[in-house]
Unconditional design. Sequence first.
Length: 365
Amino acid sequence: MALHGEGVECMDKKSILMIDDVKLNLVTARDVLEDEYILYEALSAEEGFKILEEHIPDLILLDLVMPQMDGYEMIEILKSTRRYMGIPVIFLTAQTAAESEVKGLELGAADFITKPFEPIVMKRRIETQIELAEYQHSLEQLVEEKVEEIEKMQDAMSSGFAELVESRDGVTGGHVKNTGIYFDAFIRALKDEPRYKNDITDDFIKNTVRSAPLHDIGKIGIDDCVLRKKGALDGGEREYMEKHSMLGGQTFHKIRKKFPENEFLKIAEEMALYHHERWDGSGYPTGIKGEEIPLCARVMSIVDTYDALTSERPYKPPFSHEKSMAIIVEGRGTQFDPDLVDEFVKYGELMRDCLKKKVELIRQM
């Protein structure tokens, strides 16, 4: 590795990695650039990658025609590797054919510089690409900040609406928060299971965990005389209570009309609408069955039931973890997704730990 232009006075200098199998080309480029940039030099793609292991430059000047690994092959690797994909690459080439430039641009090259180098042209093209990269980086940071701001707003909204539901539902105190805890633990465990690796992504987890506390938001539209009844509901009351799923789904559907591409709202709608559907199609409000039921709602159905079983109600004491798990297993393939039940049993100790934490929190209240 050859390094030029670095020193205490160069702390603010941008850096360039130059890769060319002809030493004279590197020397020529160095003469043009060393006063303004920190330069790393490599005579092959292999040497270039070794430098990249220790230094991330602001730009790469890459020779197109080299033995062993040419510029096309190297840029393909660069643009498919997260660590390097953001580095602008300018091809150095003696070729002037349009197809060469088209191929390079398609692979992700930012620009071309033709040999022999014209110093002014070289400097200007390098300056332009570094400035563009800095602008893009600043824009990405701004977007990330805005996304973070939106996500914080979503968290606050979820928490606020969940507390509103809890304040109205005096019978199932803590249910919204409890199911959120169980859902979070279970969905993260499922991510490590091969069968769910394509469905349960980091973004899916983020959006479902945010949506989980909102699954019962439709209860806001249920009258207090039914919602806060201390005792089992009769047939008519239960039918009325079941409308909360449709009300919740409709609430998010109206919001989604204004933000149709928002994945958080899509999942929130699915969870609110479908969390009482059953695997065999006998649930409500739509009667869909099997994998027609969105995955987020199938997961919520299980943790929702687990919390109801392990919690005290006016008409029943809290069931033990073991009894609750047995009841859920009984619903395998009828009420619940059979594969998810198997996974829930597999992670039974994880749920037991969450239950212990819930009980401890209740004691402290």
